[in-house]
Write a protein that binds this ligand. Structure first.
Ligand SMILES: Nc1ncnc2c1ncn2[C@@H]1O[C@H](COP(=O)(O)OP(=O)(O)OP(=O)(O)O)[C@@H](O)[C@H]1O
Length: 499
Protein backbone atom coordinates (compact mmCIF):
# COMPACT_ATOMS: atom_id res chain seq x y z
CA UNK A 1 0.00 0.00 0.00
CA UNK A 2 1.09 3.56 -0.72
CA UNK A 3 2.46 5.60 2.12
CA UNK A 4 -0.05 8.17 3.41
CA UNK A 5 0.37 11.67 2.06
CA UNK A 6 0.63 13.08 5.57
CA UNK A 7 1.27 11.44 8.85
CA UNK A 8 1.48 13.36 12.13
CA UNK A 9 2.74 11.09 14.89
CA UNK A 10 2.58 11.57 18.65
CA UNK A 11 2.08 15.32 18.46
CA UNK A 12 2.05 17.05 21.87
CA UNK A 13 1.91 20.75 22.59
CA UNK A 14 2.08 22.71 25.83
CA UNK A 15 1.06 26.31 26.45
CA UNK A 16 2.36 27.66 29.76
CA UNK A 17 2.80 24.16 31.08
CA UNK A 18 -0.71 23.08 30.08
CA UNK A 19 -0.93 20.20 27.63
CA UNK A 20 -3.36 21.18 24.88
CA UNK A 21 -2.36 18.35 22.52
CA UNK A 22 -1.55 14.96 23.94
CA UNK A 23 0.27 12.56 21.66
CA UNK A 24 -2.08 13.03 18.70
CA UNK A 25 -1.75 10.86 15.58
CA UNK A 26 -3.31 12.09 12.36
CA UNK A 27 -3.07 10.50 8.92
CA UNK A 28 -4.25 11.92 5.61
CA UNK A 29 -4.37 10.07 2.29
CA UNK A 30 -4.17 11.47 -1.22
CA UNK A 31 -7.48 12.87 -2.52
CA UNK A 32 -9.19 12.43 0.84
CA UNK A 33 -11.52 14.91 2.53
CA UNK A 34 -10.83 14.40 6.21
CA UNK A 35 -12.97 16.12 8.84
CA UNK A 36 -11.33 17.28 12.03
CA UNK A 37 -13.94 17.64 14.74
CA UNK A 38 -14.05 18.28 18.47
CA UNK A 39 -15.46 20.63 21.08
CA UNK A 40 -14.34 24.21 21.49
CA UNK A 41 -10.77 24.21 22.70
CA UNK A 42 -10.23 20.53 21.85
CA UNK A 43 -7.04 21.41 19.96
CA UNK A 44 -8.07 21.35 16.27
CA UNK A 45 -6.63 24.74 15.32
CA UNK A 46 -3.47 24.12 17.34
CA UNK A 47 -2.84 20.85 15.48
CA UNK A 48 -3.32 22.64 12.16
CA UNK A 49 -1.11 25.53 13.25
CA UNK A 50 1.62 22.98 13.94
CA UNK A 51 1.14 21.60 10.44
CA UNK A 52 1.40 25.07 8.90
CA UNK A 53 4.41 26.18 10.93
CA UNK A 54 2.66 28.76 13.13
CA UNK A 55 3.56 26.71 16.22
CA UNK A 56 6.12 23.98 16.78
CA UNK A 57 5.16 20.73 18.42
CA UNK A 58 6.88 19.97 21.73
CA UNK A 59 6.83 16.28 20.90
CA UNK A 60 6.09 14.24 17.79
CA UNK A 61 6.96 14.04 14.14
CA UNK A 62 5.50 14.96 10.78
CA UNK A 63 5.95 12.83 7.67
CA UNK A 64 5.02 13.77 4.11
CA UNK A 65 4.88 10.80 1.74
CA UNK A 66 6.93 8.85 4.25
CA UNK A 67 9.68 11.44 4.61
CA UNK A 68 10.19 13.18 7.92
CA UNK A 69 9.85 16.94 7.57
CA UNK A 70 10.40 19.95 9.80
CA UNK A 71 7.87 22.76 9.47
CA UNK A 72 9.18 25.83 11.24
CA UNK A 73 7.33 28.56 9.38
CA UNK A 74 4.90 29.38 6.58
CA UNK A 75 7.61 28.90 3.99
CA UNK A 76 8.33 25.36 5.14
CA UNK A 77 4.58 24.65 4.95
CA UNK A 78 4.48 25.99 1.40
CA UNK A 79 7.53 23.97 0.39
CA UNK A 80 5.69 20.90 1.62
CA UNK A 81 2.63 21.92 -0.46
CA UNK A 82 0.45 22.74 2.56
CA UNK A 83 -2.01 25.68 2.48
CA UNK A 84 -4.57 26.87 4.98
CA UNK A 85 -7.65 29.00 4.54
CA UNK A 86 -8.48 30.78 7.76
CA UNK A 87 -11.89 31.89 9.01
CA UNK A 88 -10.68 35.45 8.95
CA UNK A 89 -9.77 36.00 5.34
CA UNK A 90 -6.38 37.42 4.48
CA UNK A 91 -7.43 39.40 1.42
CA UNK A 92 -7.02 43.12 0.81
CA UNK A 93 -10.46 44.48 -0.19
CA UNK A 94 -9.18 47.40 -2.26
CA UNK A 95 -7.19 45.17 -4.61
CA UNK A 96 -8.41 42.99 -7.48
CA UNK A 97 -8.77 39.23 -7.32
CA UNK A 98 -5.59 38.72 -9.37
CA UNK A 99 -3.62 41.22 -7.31
CA UNK A 100 -4.67 39.51 -4.11
CA UNK A 101 -3.69 36.12 -5.43
CA UNK A 102 -0.25 37.17 -6.59
CA UNK A 103 0.59 39.79 -3.98
CA UNK A 104 1.97 37.25 -1.55
CA UNK A 105 4.73 36.42 -4.01
CA UNK A 106 8.36 37.51 -3.88
CA UNK A 107 8.48 41.06 -2.47
CA UNK A 108 10.54 42.35 -5.38
CA UNK A 109 7.71 41.38 -7.69
CA UNK A 110 4.92 42.66 -5.51
CA UNK A 111 4.67 46.15 -6.94
CA UNK A 112 5.50 45.26 -10.52
CA UNK A 113 3.03 42.41 -10.54
CA UNK A 114 -0.07 44.61 -10.21
CA UNK A 115 -1.95 44.58 -13.47
CA UNK A 116 0.55 42.14 -14.79
CA UNK A 117 -0.97 40.34 -17.77
CA UNK A 118 0.62 37.10 -16.72
CA UNK A 119 -0.91 37.11 -13.25
CA UNK A 120 -4.32 37.94 -14.70
CA UNK A 121 -4.04 35.13 -17.22
CA UNK A 122 -2.89 32.65 -14.56
CA UNK A 123 -5.74 33.72 -12.25
CA UNK A 124 -8.21 33.26 -15.08
CA UNK A 125 -6.81 29.80 -15.67
CA UNK A 126 -7.18 28.75 -12.02
CA UNK A 127 -10.71 30.17 -11.77
CA UNK A 128 -11.72 28.46 -15.01
CA UNK A 129 -10.33 25.16 -13.86
CA UNK A 130 -12.50 25.39 -10.75
CA UNK A 131 -15.44 26.75 -12.78
CA UNK A 132 -15.62 29.84 -10.61
CA UNK A 133 -17.36 32.73 -12.24
CA UNK A 134 -15.20 35.69 -11.14
CA UNK A 135 -13.35 38.20 -13.24
CA UNK A 136 -9.67 38.41 -12.14
CA UNK A 137 -9.95 42.18 -12.46
CA UNK A 138 -12.87 42.47 -10.01
CA UNK A 139 -12.14 44.43 -6.84
CA UNK A 140 -12.38 41.96 -3.96
CA UNK A 141 -14.25 44.44 -1.72
CA UNK A 142 -17.07 44.58 -4.27
CA UNK A 143 -17.59 40.82 -4.16
CA UNK A 144 -19.74 38.88 -1.69
CA UNK A 145 -18.20 36.82 1.10
CA UNK A 146 -18.72 33.65 -0.90
CA UNK A 147 -16.41 34.96 -3.59
CA UNK A 148 -13.83 35.93 -0.99
CA UNK A 149 -13.75 32.31 0.00
CA UNK A 150 -13.28 31.25 -3.65
CA UNK A 151 -10.53 33.83 -4.05
CA UNK A 152 -8.79 32.41 -0.99
CA UNK A 153 -9.00 28.94 -2.48
CA UNK A 154 -7.68 30.20 -5.81
CA UNK A 155 -4.85 31.88 -3.90
CA UNK A 156 -3.98 28.62 -2.20
CA UNK A 157 -4.02 26.82 -5.54
CA UNK A 158 -1.88 29.44 -7.29
CA UNK A 159 1.11 27.58 -5.93
CA UNK A 160 1.26 23.82 -5.93
CA UNK A 161 -0.92 22.49 -3.12
CA UNK A 162 -1.31 18.93 -1.98
CA UNK A 163 -2.91 19.56 1.39
CA UNK A 164 -5.55 22.23 1.81
CA UNK A 165 -6.83 23.03 5.30
CA UNK A 166 -10.22 24.72 5.67
CA UNK A 167 -11.27 26.10 9.04
CA UNK A 168 -15.08 26.44 9.32
CA UNK A 169 -15.29 27.41 5.65
CA UNK A 170 -19.06 27.70 5.47
CA UNK A 171 -19.68 29.81 8.57
CA UNK A 172 -20.43 32.93 6.54
CA UNK A 173 -21.64 31.38 3.30
CA UNK A 174 -25.20 31.22 1.99
CA UNK A 175 -26.67 27.82 1.13
CA UNK A 176 -25.98 28.40 -2.55
CA UNK A 177 -22.39 29.43 -1.91
CA UNK A 178 -21.95 26.36 0.28
CA UNK A 179 -23.11 24.19 -2.62
CA UNK A 180 -20.57 25.85 -4.90
CA UNK A 181 -17.84 25.31 -2.30
CA UNK A 182 -18.72 21.64 -2.02
CA UNK A 183 -18.54 21.26 -5.79
CA UNK A 184 -15.09 22.83 -5.73
CA UNK A 185 -14.03 20.49 -2.93
CA UNK A 186 -15.12 17.52 -5.03
CA UNK A 187 -13.18 18.84 -7.98
CA UNK A 188 -10.05 19.33 -5.88
CA UNK A 189 -10.45 15.84 -4.57
CA UNK A 190 -10.58 14.42 -8.09
CA UNK A 191 -7.35 16.27 -8.85
CA UNK A 192 -5.79 14.36 -5.96
CA UNK A 193 -5.67 17.28 -3.53
CA UNK A 194 -6.35 16.29 0.08
CA UNK A 195 -8.48 18.45 2.32
CA UNK A 196 -8.58 18.75 6.09
CA UNK A 197 -11.98 20.15 6.93
CA UNK A 198 -12.67 21.70 10.35
CA UNK A 199 -16.33 22.24 11.16
CA UNK A 200 -18.90 21.96 13.93
CA UNK A 201 -21.67 21.36 11.39
CA UNK A 202 -22.46 17.69 11.48
CA UNK A 203 -24.59 17.58 8.31
CA UNK A 204 -21.77 19.05 6.23
CA UNK A 205 -19.28 16.53 7.49
CA UNK A 206 -21.48 13.66 6.42
CA UNK A 207 -22.13 15.30 3.06
CA UNK A 208 -18.58 15.80 1.89
CA UNK A 209 -16.06 14.02 4.07
CA UNK A 210 -14.58 10.58 3.59
CA UNK A 211 -13.01 10.25 6.99
CA UNK A 212 -13.40 11.86 10.35
CA UNK A 213 -11.00 12.35 13.24
CA UNK A 214 -12.30 13.55 16.58
CA UNK A 215 -10.27 15.28 19.27
CA UNK A 216 -11.40 15.69 22.84
CA UNK A 217 -9.38 17.65 25.42
CA UNK A 218 -6.28 17.45 23.26
CA UNK A 219 -6.45 13.70 22.68
CA UNK A 220 -7.48 11.85 19.57
CA UNK A 221 -10.53 9.80 20.49
CA UNK A 222 -11.51 8.35 17.12
CA UNK A 223 -10.71 8.11 13.41
CA UNK A 224 -13.38 6.47 11.25
CA UNK A 225 -14.61 6.27 7.69
CA UNK A 226 -17.67 8.54 7.51
CA UNK A 227 -19.84 5.75 6.14
CA UNK A 228 -18.97 3.59 9.09
CA UNK A 229 -19.94 5.95 11.87
CA UNK A 230 -23.26 7.61 12.67
CA UNK A 231 -24.00 11.09 13.93
CA UNK A 232 -24.92 9.90 17.42
CA UNK A 233 -21.57 8.21 17.86
CA UNK A 234 -19.72 11.27 16.58
CA UNK A 235 -21.54 13.47 19.10
CA UNK A 236 -20.78 10.96 21.82
CA UNK A 237 -17.07 11.13 20.98
CA UNK A 238 -17.10 14.92 20.93
CA UNK A 239 -18.86 15.51 24.21
CA UNK A 240 -17.75 12.43 26.16
CA UNK A 241 -20.21 11.01 28.63
CA UNK A 242 -20.92 14.00 30.72
CA UNK A 243 -23.22 16.16 28.67
CA UNK A 244 -26.87 16.03 27.80
CA UNK A 245 -26.94 16.83 24.11
CA UNK A 246 -30.63 16.44 23.45
CA UNK A 247 -32.35 19.20 21.51
CA UNK A 248 -35.72 18.60 22.97
CA UNK A 249 -38.47 21.19 22.79
CA UNK A 250 -40.31 21.87 26.00
CA UNK A 251 -43.62 23.68 25.95
CA UNK A 252 -43.44 26.92 27.93
CA UNK A 253 -46.24 29.02 29.34
CA UNK A 254 -46.48 32.78 29.06
CA UNK A 255 -49.30 35.20 28.45
CA UNK A 256 -50.12 36.74 25.09
CA UNK A 257 -52.81 38.92 26.57
CA UNK A 258 -52.32 42.62 27.07
CA UNK A 259 -49.71 44.84 25.47
CA UNK A 260 -46.78 43.15 23.75
CA UNK A 261 -43.29 44.09 24.94
CA UNK A 262 -42.24 44.73 21.37
CA UNK A 263 -44.42 45.44 18.40
CA UNK A 264 -42.99 45.95 14.95
CA UNK A 265 -45.42 47.42 12.43
CA UNK A 266 -44.88 47.44 8.66
CA UNK A 267 -41.14 47.78 9.00
CA UNK A 268 -39.22 48.48 5.81
CA UNK A 269 -35.47 48.94 5.78
CA UNK A 270 -33.13 49.11 2.78
CA UNK A 271 -33.92 46.63 0.05
CA UNK A 272 -33.95 43.54 2.28
CA UNK A 273 -36.73 44.20 4.83
CA UNK A 274 -40.19 44.75 3.40
CA UNK A 275 -43.27 45.56 5.38
CA UNK A 276 -42.60 43.21 8.30
CA UNK A 277 -44.97 43.14 11.27
CA UNK A 278 -44.93 41.03 14.42
CA UNK A 279 -45.45 41.10 18.15
CA UNK A 280 -43.29 39.80 20.96
CA UNK A 281 -44.64 39.15 24.45
CA UNK A 282 -43.04 39.12 27.85
CA UNK A 283 -41.40 35.75 28.46
CA UNK A 284 -41.71 34.70 24.84
CA UNK A 285 -39.06 33.24 22.55
CA UNK A 286 -39.75 34.12 18.94
CA UNK A 287 -37.73 32.26 16.34
CA UNK A 288 -36.99 33.85 13.00
CA UNK A 289 -36.50 31.42 10.15
CA UNK A 290 -35.55 32.04 6.56
CA UNK A 291 -32.88 31.29 4.01
CA UNK A 292 -29.65 33.19 4.19
CA UNK A 293 -30.20 36.46 2.38
CA UNK A 294 -33.93 36.43 3.20
CA UNK A 295 -33.54 39.56 5.33
CA UNK A 296 -33.33 37.86 8.76
CA UNK A 297 -30.21 39.63 9.98
CA UNK A 298 -31.23 42.90 8.32
CA UNK A 299 -34.49 42.85 10.28
CA UNK A 300 -32.49 42.61 13.51
CA UNK A 301 -30.16 45.38 12.37
CA UNK A 302 -33.09 47.69 11.62
CA UNK A 303 -34.76 47.08 15.00
CA UNK A 304 -31.43 47.71 16.71
CA UNK A 305 -30.87 50.99 14.88
CA UNK A 306 -27.88 49.92 12.80
CA UNK A 307 -29.67 50.16 9.44
CA UNK A 308 -32.07 53.06 8.84
CA UNK A 309 -35.80 52.41 8.92
CA UNK A 310 -37.51 53.70 5.76
CA UNK A 311 -41.04 52.99 6.85
CA UNK A 312 -42.93 51.50 9.76
CA UNK A 313 -43.00 51.80 13.54
CA UNK A 314 -41.57 50.18 16.62
CA UNK A 315 -43.60 50.10 19.85
CA UNK A 316 -42.14 49.05 23.17
CA UNK A 317 -44.72 48.24 25.82
CA UNK A 318 -47.26 50.14 23.75
CA UNK A 319 -45.16 53.27 23.43
CA UNK A 320 -43.85 54.34 20.04
CA UNK A 321 -40.04 54.61 19.93
CA UNK A 322 -37.90 56.24 17.32
CA UNK A 323 -34.79 54.11 16.99
CA UNK A 324 -32.15 55.77 14.92
CA UNK A 325 -29.00 54.31 16.45
CA UNK A 326 -27.91 51.34 18.58
CA UNK A 327 -27.77 53.61 21.61
CA UNK A 328 -31.48 54.46 21.09
CA UNK A 329 -32.13 50.71 21.03
CA UNK A 330 -30.05 50.04 24.16
CA UNK A 331 -31.87 52.84 25.97
CA UNK A 332 -35.15 51.22 24.97
CA UNK A 333 -33.96 47.97 26.62
CA UNK A 334 -32.94 46.08 23.47
CA UNK A 335 -29.70 44.15 23.01
CA UNK A 336 -28.48 42.55 19.80
CA UNK A 337 -25.86 39.84 19.73
CA UNK A 338 -24.77 39.94 16.10
CA UNK A 339 -23.79 37.01 13.95
CA UNK A 340 -20.20 38.12 13.45
CA UNK A 341 -19.76 38.75 17.14
CA UNK A 342 -16.18 37.60 17.28
CA UNK A 343 -15.21 40.58 15.16
CA UNK A 344 -17.64 43.01 16.73
CA UNK A 345 -17.99 41.99 20.30
CA UNK A 346 -14.64 41.05 21.74
CA UNK A 347 -11.58 42.98 22.84
CA UNK A 348 -8.88 40.42 22.20
CA UNK A 349 -6.27 41.97 24.50
CA UNK A 350 -8.68 42.04 27.45
CA UNK A 351 -9.13 39.10 29.78
CA UNK A 352 -12.15 36.82 29.89
CA UNK A 353 -13.33 38.71 32.98
CA UNK A 354 -12.78 42.20 31.56
CA UNK A 355 -14.71 41.30 28.43
CA UNK A 356 -17.57 39.73 30.36
CA UNK A 357 -18.13 42.64 32.75
CA UNK A 358 -17.56 45.43 30.26
CA UNK A 359 -21.25 46.24 29.66
CA UNK A 360 -22.13 45.99 33.35
CA UNK A 361 -19.32 48.06 34.84
CA UNK A 362 -21.73 50.71 36.12
CA UNK A 363 -23.75 48.04 37.91
CA UNK A 364 -20.59 46.71 39.56
CA UNK A 365 -19.48 50.03 41.03
CA UNK A 366 -18.93 50.15 44.75
CA UNK A 367 -18.21 53.79 45.45
CA UNK A 368 -15.49 54.71 43.02
CA UNK A 369 -14.19 51.15 42.82
CA UNK A 370 -15.34 48.04 41.02
CA UNK A 371 -16.72 45.25 43.16
CA UNK A 372 -14.21 42.65 41.96
CA UNK A 373 -15.58 39.90 44.15
CA UNK A 374 -18.95 40.22 42.44
CA UNK A 375 -17.35 40.66 39.01
CA UNK A 376 -15.33 37.48 39.53
CA UNK A 377 -18.43 35.62 40.68
CA UNK A 378 -20.47 36.67 37.64
CA UNK A 379 -17.66 35.75 35.27
CA UNK A 380 -17.05 32.39 36.98
CA UNK A 381 -20.76 31.65 36.71
CA UNK A 382 -20.82 32.15 32.94
CA UNK A 383 -17.52 30.37 32.40
CA UNK A 384 -19.03 27.38 34.14
CA UNK A 385 -22.46 27.54 32.49
CA UNK A 386 -21.18 28.03 28.97
CA UNK A 387 -18.33 25.62 29.59
CA UNK A 388 -15.77 28.21 28.46
CA UNK A 389 -12.44 26.44 28.25
CA UNK A 390 -9.96 28.72 29.99
CA UNK A 391 -7.43 28.05 32.75
CA UNK A 392 -8.77 31.05 34.69
CA UNK A 393 -10.92 34.13 34.17
CA UNK A 394 -7.87 36.38 33.90
CA UNK A 395 -6.63 34.74 30.69
CA UNK A 396 -6.36 37.07 27.69
CA UNK A 397 -9.22 36.45 25.25
CA UNK A 398 -6.91 36.09 22.26
CA UNK A 399 -5.36 32.97 23.79
CA UNK A 400 -8.69 31.14 23.80
CA UNK A 401 -9.94 28.99 20.94
CA UNK A 402 -12.34 30.57 18.42
CA UNK A 403 -15.46 28.92 19.80
CA UNK A 404 -14.59 29.90 23.34
CA UNK A 405 -14.13 33.50 22.25
CA UNK A 406 -17.66 33.36 20.82
CA UNK A 407 -18.95 32.16 24.15
CA UNK A 408 -17.37 35.09 25.99
CA UNK A 409 -19.29 37.56 23.87
CA UNK A 410 -22.45 35.66 24.58
CA UNK A 411 -21.67 35.71 28.31
CA UNK A 412 -21.07 39.43 28.13
CA UNK A 413 -24.51 40.18 26.75
CA UNK A 414 -26.27 37.69 28.95
CA UNK A 415 -24.63 39.25 32.01
CA UNK A 416 -26.08 42.59 30.99
CA UNK A 417 -29.57 41.21 31.39
CA UNK A 418 -31.50 43.25 28.79
CA UNK A 419 -35.30 43.24 28.57
CA UNK A 420 -35.46 42.40 24.86
CA UNK A 421 -32.68 40.24 23.54
CA UNK A 422 -32.06 39.57 19.86
CA UNK A 423 -29.66 36.72 19.16
CA UNK A 424 -28.42 36.29 15.62
CA UNK A 425 -27.08 32.75 15.14
CA UNK A 426 -26.35 32.28 18.86
CA UNK A 427 -24.55 28.97 18.44
CA UNK A 428 -22.46 29.55 15.34
CA UNK A 429 -18.95 28.11 15.82
CA UNK A 430 -19.99 26.74 19.20
CA UNK A 431 -19.71 23.03 19.91
CA UNK A 432 -22.60 20.68 20.42
CA UNK A 433 -22.30 20.54 24.20
CA UNK A 434 -22.42 24.31 24.59
CA UNK A 435 -25.33 24.52 22.12
CA UNK A 436 -27.67 22.80 24.54
CA UNK A 437 -26.38 24.98 27.37
CA UNK A 438 -27.12 28.10 25.33
CA UNK A 439 -30.62 26.85 24.54
CA UNK A 440 -31.18 26.24 28.26
CA UNK A 441 -29.95 29.72 29.14
CA UNK A 442 -32.25 31.31 26.55
CA UNK A 443 -35.18 29.39 28.05
CA UNK A 444 -34.23 30.44 31.57
CA UNK A 445 -34.02 34.07 30.53
CA UNK A 446 -37.47 33.86 28.97
CA UNK A 447 -38.81 32.11 32.07
CA UNK A 448 -37.61 35.08 34.09
CA UNK A 449 -39.72 37.39 31.91
CA UNK A 450 -37.28 38.45 29.20
CA UNK A 451 -38.49 38.65 25.62
CA UNK A 452 -36.21 36.99 23.14
CA UNK A 453 -35.79 36.81 19.37
CA UNK A 454 -33.61 34.01 18.02
CA UNK A 455 -32.46 34.04 14.42
CA UNK A 456 -30.96 30.78 13.27
CA UNK A 457 -30.26 28.79 10.13
CA UNK A 458 -30.18 25.59 12.14
CA UNK A 459 -33.75 24.36 12.11
CA UNK A 460 -33.18 21.83 14.86
CA UNK A 461 -32.01 24.59 17.16
CA UNK A 462 -34.86 26.89 16.18
CA UNK A 463 -37.39 24.16 16.83
CA UNK A 464 -35.83 23.36 20.20
CA UNK A 465 -35.90 26.90 21.50
CA UNK A 466 -38.84 28.81 19.96
CA UNK A 467 -42.39 29.25 21.22
CA UNK A 468 -43.43 30.74 17.92
CA UNK A 469 -41.63 31.01 14.58
CA UNK A 470 -41.84 33.81 12.07
CA UNK A 471 -40.84 32.77 8.57
CA UNK A 472 -39.23 35.39 6.37
CA UNK A 473 -38.96 35.00 2.63
CA UNK A 474 -37.41 37.61 0.35
CA UNK A 475 -37.72 40.27 3.01
CA UNK A 476 -41.38 39.66 3.92
CA UNK A 477 -42.94 37.72 6.75
CA UNK A 478 -44.80 35.01 4.93
CA UNK A 479 -45.87 32.79 7.78
CA UNK A 480 -46.19 32.65 11.52
CA UNK A 481 -46.29 29.26 13.15
CA UNK A 482 -46.90 28.26 16.74
CA UNK A 483 -44.20 25.82 17.75
CA UNK A 484 -46.67 23.21 18.91
CA UNK A 485 -48.25 23.22 15.47
CA UNK A 486 -44.98 22.28 13.81
CA UNK A 487 -44.85 18.53 13.95
CA UNK A 488 -41.72 17.97 11.93
CA UNK A 489 -38.65 19.76 10.64
CA UNK A 490 -39.98 19.29 7.10
CA UNK A 491 -42.97 21.55 7.84
CA UNK A 492 -40.63 24.40 8.72
CA UNK A 493 -38.27 23.58 5.87
CA UNK A 494 -41.19 23.80 3.48
CA UNK A 495 -42.30 27.17 4.83
CA UNK A 496 -38.77 28.54 4.58
CA UNK A 497 -38.41 27.51 0.94
CA UNK A 498 -41.40 29.77 0.26
CA UNK A 499 -44.09 27.14 -0.24
N1 LIG B 1 -1.19 30.89 22.06
C1 LIG B 1 -1.83 30.24 23.03
N2 LIG B 1 -1.50 30.43 24.34
C2 LIG B 1 -2.14 29.77 25.32
N3 LIG B 1 -3.14 28.89 25.12
C3 LIG B 1 -3.52 28.67 23.85
C4 LIG B 1 -2.90 29.34 22.74
N4 LIG B 1 -3.49 28.92 21.61
C5 LIG B 1 -4.44 28.02 21.98
N5 LIG B 1 -4.45 27.86 23.32
C6 LIG B 1 -5.32 26.96 24.08
O1 LIG B 1 -5.24 25.68 23.50
C7 LIG B 1 -6.49 24.98 23.57
C8 LIG B 1 -6.86 24.46 22.22
O2 LIG B 1 -7.25 25.55 21.37
P1 LIG B 1 -7.60 25.39 19.82
O3 LIG B 1 -7.70 26.76 19.26
O4 LIG B 1 -6.63 24.46 19.18
O5 LIG B 1 -9.04 24.71 19.92
P2 LIG B 1 -10.08 24.33 18.75
O6 LIG B 1 -10.29 22.86 18.85
O7 LIG B 1 -9.60 24.85 17.45
O8 LIG B 1 -11.41 25.07 19.24
P3 LIG B 1 -12.62 25.91 18.49
O9 LIG B 1 -13.58 24.89 17.98
O10 LIG B 1 -13.22 26.67 19.60
O11 LIG B 1 -12.00 26.77 17.43
C9 LIG B 1 -7.49 26.00 24.14
O12 LIG B 1 -7.70 25.72 25.50
C10 LIG B 1 -6.79 27.35 23.99
O13 LIG B 1 -7.15 28.24 25.01
Amino acid sequence: MDKPLLSMKGISKYFNGIKVLDSVDFTLNKGEVHALMGGNGAGKSTLMKILTGVYQADEGEIYIEGNKVTIKDANDAKNNYISMIFQEFSLIPSLTVAENIFLAREPKNAIGILNDKKSIARTREILKEMEIDINPKDIVGDLGVGYWQMTEIAKALSHETKILIMDEPTSSLTEKETDVLFKIINKLKKKGISIIYISHRMDEIFRICDKITILRDGKKVATEQCNQIDMETVIQHIVGDDLDKSFEWKERYYSTEGTPVLEVKNLTSGSKVKDISFQLYSGEILGIAGLMGSGRSELARAIFGIDPINKGEIYIKGKKHTIKSPSDAVNAGIALIPEDRRLQGLILDYSVKENTILPILSKLKKGIFIDHRKANMITEKFVKRLNIKTDHIFKTAKLLSGGNQQKIVLAKWLANDPEILILDEPTIGVDIGAKTEIIDIIRELADSGKSIIVISSELQELLAVSDRILVIHEGRNVKELKRKEIHSEEVLQHAIQGH
